[in-house]
Design a protein around this ligand. Structure first.
Ligand code: TXA
Ligand code: MG
Length: 348
């Protein structure tokens, strides 16, 4: 049996119960500004292990540790460079996760055996209050079954876990919609390992420079993954997803041809500005800009499953701003099935 608490109406009840459960080593699903998290006491190894079991998550994929105030970072990180300090000061609380050398107190099971720890201070007040009230650092991956799209509504959490979680705190839809930007701050230049609501442009403005890891948009070469999460299949709806990128007219010609060969159970996902290219067809409009697209992308993938969609054809978007995060999630949802159109119409 689980309890679902609406935090608009029952903030204090949800907070009191949530903090009690975390202290007891139990799991709590809670809202953040990015996606819903599945939290447990980061210093309690049994509690952390139960996160991996509930999600079906591989044990070498480390978790983000959530803090309630900035000063707590030094309790987890062994060294914080001036650049790391500048970035966390600029973006916390918010959708930014700092990867830093870890202190010995961070359990092996949280860091997945790495010598670094990923730390984030969420923007959502309930999440920070839960951390501070429980007196625990909260390890929290996204509250989805491993491999499924991340949850941006409490109902998504319920869809994945049924009633096995003791508490789901319902804070309504998440504002950002994609998970936090994971940024390696152990070197001289920040390296984005997973793009999110804090964009490369925003990081560059503060740090002067930024690198985007090649695995963000590409595949992985042999050898260890920079962020262990990158090597796993992700965000995959039941539908087969394909992506077309390039000049909009050429892309539309290819997409229309492919759609016409399938039709039934097929949907075209695109931005508002491209909707006119697909008139009369079954489309999902992701909104006017990449911020809106980020907010809706996971819910749209989950909805397509509910509707029994078999094929999603995505008209790729630009990678500036939040576009990088949207493309990163869609490329993974598509299992890297991306076609870059260079002029002539081509269907395999
Ligand atoms: O927005 C978010 O970040 C959400 C909310 C709940 O805070 N959490 C989240 O956690 O997305 P999760 O576990 O689904 O994703 C964490 C990502 C994984 O790709 C993992 O591999 C990476 O962060 N990560 C964690 N620790 C790392 C480390 N020490 N070095 C490199 N990557 C790390
Ligand atoms: Mg996740």
């Amino acid at each position: 049996m689980n309890i679902i608490c609406d935090i608009q109406k029952e903030y204090d009840t949800a907070l009191f119960l949530g903090a009690k459960l975390i202290k007891e080593g139990k799991l709590v699903a809670f809202p953040t500004e990015t996606v819903y998290g599945l939290g447990a006491d980061a210093m309690n190894e049994d509690a952390v292990k139960s996160i991996f079991t509930a999600k079906g998550r591989p044990s070498d994929n480390p978790l983000i540790v959530h803090i309630g105030k900035k000063e707590q970072l030094s309790e987890l990180a062994a060294s914080i460079s001036p650049m790391a300090k500048k970035l966390t000061d600029a973006f916390w609380p918010g959708p930014f996760t700092a990867v830093l050398k870890k202190r010995d107190c961070v359990p092996h099971c949280v860091s997945g055996g790495l010598d670094t720890v990923a730390v984030r201070m969420p923007e959502t007040k309930f999440a920070r209050d839960l951390i501070l009230k429980s007196g625990c650092f909260i390890a929290a991956p996204s509250a989805n079954i491993s491999g499924k799209p991340s949850p941006t509504l409490a109902s998504h959490v319920i869809d994945d876990f049924g009633d096995v979680l003791p508490l789901i705190a319902d804070g309504g839809p998440c504002g950002v919609g994609v998970e936090s930007t994971v940024c390696d701050l152990t070197g001289d230049i920040p390296v984005i390992l997973r793009p999110g609501g804090i964009t490369a442009e925003m990081i560059k403005e503060i740090a002067g420079d930024v690198l985007v890891h090649e695995a963000v948009l590409g595949g992985l070469k042999d050898g260890p993954a920079p962020s262990p999460g990158m090597k796993y299949k992700h965000y995959s709806p039941d539908a087969d997803v394909v992506i077309y990128c390039g000049d909009k007219k050429d892309v539309a010609q290819n997409i229309n041809l492919l759609y016409d060969t399938i039709k039934s159970g097929c949907v075209i996902m695109c931005m508002s500005e491209h909707a006119y290219l697909y008139e009369g067809k079954n489309i999902i409009n992701l909104g006017h800009d990449s911020k809106e697209a980020a907010k809706h992308v996971f819910a749209v993938l989950r909805d397509s499953d509910k509707k029994g969609i078999k094929k999603i054809i995505f008209h790729g978007i630009g990678t500036d701003g939040e576009g990088l995060a949207v493309m990163n999630r869609m490329i993974r949802a598509a299992g890297h099935n991306v076609t870059y159109i260079t002029g002539e119409v081509k269907i395999d």
